[in-house]
Design a protein around this ligand. Structure first.
Ligand code: IMO
Ligand code: MG
Length: 433
């Protein structure tokens, strides 16, 4: 039995989808425990292992765990998620086509629903513009959850109850925002009918998912927990208020799936060989000039730094070891997966932040508030780059000496071994150490 969590160590978009898909080769279950349609995982199947199809196909999942693309792996959307029913129905169909049969996909009755008024509320409250969110209604859906008026997936099993709660929520919003056209156009009865109809597609999978996972672990099966977003976007431990609304750290497995983190055998921190952030908020190692552009790429390549969910260009910069040490503490990583090392190829000098300077003081701890972090200047160490194309490397020994030195520097500074290095987009372009 193995229970593994894959957790973003930075601001999301670390390449968790590739790692999760690789690890799910040996897993019986793949589980999402936080977030919703704000996540975007691109998985390319057919370029290497895991292929069910003859030609490579690309899957862009927002809700379904990437591991569920493996025929032997069941998927779980656990209670900590917020689920947009129309998107789920659509992704369910996509997965069904990829597998050539009905997917084994289970959805927690406790998970909350994102409803069409949530993105509207997000815009009205200004979160979209001030925080530069993904505008998917994530925040307002979690607000309803915490305010104890949310609609849950389990409500879909009771049409009358569902309809009544939906009506109550729409009425509340109309009272809050009188004269808002978009809200006024919502017809609760018709909307309820429509949602109940699309939910027919996945209704048979609605269940008590925590129980399923406990039983699977007791039977000795392997369960993979796929974190969405990253540590620095966690509602508690991230750069608040420039964060998402769920628990993207390892604690999210406990509250978001009902499985105690004590049961985890491995906690894998996924990080890029540099740093990116999409959306507003402090980012000490950001490079706005040439280096930033070079790291971002042009967008011609699907793995250039443009968002999977929103297409927004990502802010790019050097690796931040202060933030990574912090992420390793919070999550107690057992190992690291270092992604996109190939992007650094050709850069003469690689900088890594080893501490910050803030108002004349040197600090080595990640500050708890965004204002302080915003005043921090990185203190860099420079390492020599390499010019050899590393995409063909499959073993540690094949990596150029300077690339090895870079990896070892990260390992030592964070205090966690790098178990896997990604040197390209496809599954084979991976070095296991
Ligand atoms: P994956 O799973 C990168 C960011 C948004 C915004 C903030 C809040 O692909 O790593 P939200 O819509 O969640 O309320 O937005 O969080 N954000 C992400 N950034 N990757 C993600 O997911 C993200 N999900 C949310 O850009 O700054
Ligand atoms: Mg993303």
């Amino acid at each position: 039995m193995t229970a593994i969590a894959v957790i973003g160590a930075q601001w999301g978009d670390e390449g968790k989808g590739k790692i999760a898909h690789l690890l799910a080769q040996d897993a019986d279950w793949a589980v999402r425990f936080n977030g919703g349609t704000n996540a975007g995982h691109t998985v390319v199947v057919g370029e290497g292992q895991g292929s069910q199809t003859d030609s490579p196909s690309e899957f862009k999942f927002h809700l379904i765990p990437s591991g569920a693309l493996h025929p032997h792996c069941a998927g779980v959307l656990a209670n900590g998620m917020v689920i947009e029913p129309f998107s789920l129905a659509q992704e369910y169909e996509q997965l069904k086509q990829a597998l050539g049969r009905e997917p084994r996909l289970y959805i927690s009755e406790r998970a909350h629903l994102i409803l069409p008024y949530h993105p509207i509320v997000e815009r009205l409250e200004g979160a979209k513009s001030e925080l530069d969110t993904t505008a998917r209604g994530i925040g307002p859906a979690y607000q309803d959850k915490v305010a104890r008026r949310g609609l849950r997936v389990g409500d879909l099993l009771h049409p009358e109850r569902f309809c009544e709660k939906l009506k109550r929520n729409v009425e509340r919003l109309l009272a809050l925002y009188p004269g808002n056209d978009e809200l006024a156009r919502i017809r609760p009865d018709a909307l309820a009918d429509e949602i109940l109809r699309v939910a027919e597609g996945f209704r048979s999978g609605i269940t008590h998912t925590a129980e399923l996972l406990h039983e699977a672990l007791d039977r000795g099966e392997t369960v993979l927990f796929e974190g969405a977003q990253g540590t620095l976007l966690d509602i508690d431990f991230g750069t608040y208020p420039y964060v998402t609304s769920s628990h993207a750290t390892v604690g999210g497995v406990g509250v978001g799936a009902g499985v105690s983190p004590r049961r985890l055998d491995r906690v894998i921190g996924v990080l890029k060989a540099y740093t990116t952030r999409v959306g507003a908020g402090p980012f000490p190692t950001e490079e706005t000039g040439k280096i930033g552009e070079r790291l971002r790429g042009t967008g011609a390549n699907p793995w250039d730094e443009f968002g999977t969910t929103t297409g927004r260009p990502r802010r790019c910069g050097w690796l931040d070891l202060v933030a990574l040490r912090y992420a390793a503490r919070i999550n107690d990583f057992t190992e690291l997966a270092l992604m996109k090392l190939d992007v650094l190829t050709g850069l003469k000098e690689l900088k890594v932040a080893v501490a910050y300077r803030c108002e004349g003081e040197t600090i080595e701890r990640f500050p708890p508030d965004a204002e302080t972090l915003g005043r921090c200047e990185p203190i860099y160490e420079a390492l020599p780059g390499w010019s050899e194309d590393i995409r063909g490397c499959r073993t540690w020994r094949e990596l150029p000496g300077n690339a090895q030195e870079y990896v070892k520097f990260v390992e030592q500074a964070v205090g966690v071994p790098v178990a896997l290095i990604s040197v390209g987009r496809s599954f084979e372009e991976t070095i296991w150490r």
